[in-house]
Design a protein around this ligand. Sequence first.
Ligand code: PEP
Length: 246
Amino acid sequence: MRKKLVVGNWKMHGNRAANADLLAGIVSAGPLPCDAAVCVPFVYVADTAVSLAASSLRWGAQDVSAHEQGAYTGEVSAAMLRELGCRYAIVGHSERRAYHGESDALVADKAKIALGHGITPIVCVGETLEQREAGQTEAVVKRQLSAVIHALAHCAGEMVVAYEPVWAIGTGRTASPEQAQAVHAVLRAQLRAATAQADSMKILYGGSVKPDNAAQLLAQADIDGGLIGGAALKAADFVAICRAAT
Ligand code: PEP
């Protein structure tokens, strides 16, 4: 049985005082029944590393450069993140694909460099509403995942995949458990064709997961946890989602 993983994506929210309260609220809730992590803005990585040094709550970044080092103004490398103890890096979030023009190839490069530095990439895939309505969901997510599978080759089994339908992110509109499970099953089958580790890999669902819908979503056979945006900004909600994951 795969242990569930719940990851908070803070996006561009927070400040030092609010972050400290949020982390203290999660940690003070006591042991969580699943693996859990928070992905914080780069500028708060160092604070978070110190705050969580003695905690089982892990932390990650929301992006990583596709380059090792060099003249890439504004970028943060996998080596820099790893030096501070980073465990996860979200790559290919739909907001980065949409607002920063990130291609499947770039996302694959980012996943590869993260893994090369011991950081588990959380690879986001998902269709827009237009693509869903055009019956393209399966083709879109398979294309997005395929680029990463090829780049990671024999290490493909080490990534975490997150299915995040774009129309469900931050909209309050969630995929039904059945809709989400159907896409997760497609992704699992694609992973099985690529790696012997597919059945132990985690495929997270993301898109307006809240305490009141988490249990049903996370009970699906191929949903191994959640990537949580808005609800990860309240300690009580994040903890409630983690508790619903069992
Ligand atoms: C996300 O940003 O990855 C996300 C799923 O956001 P929300 O939970 O707010 O829809």
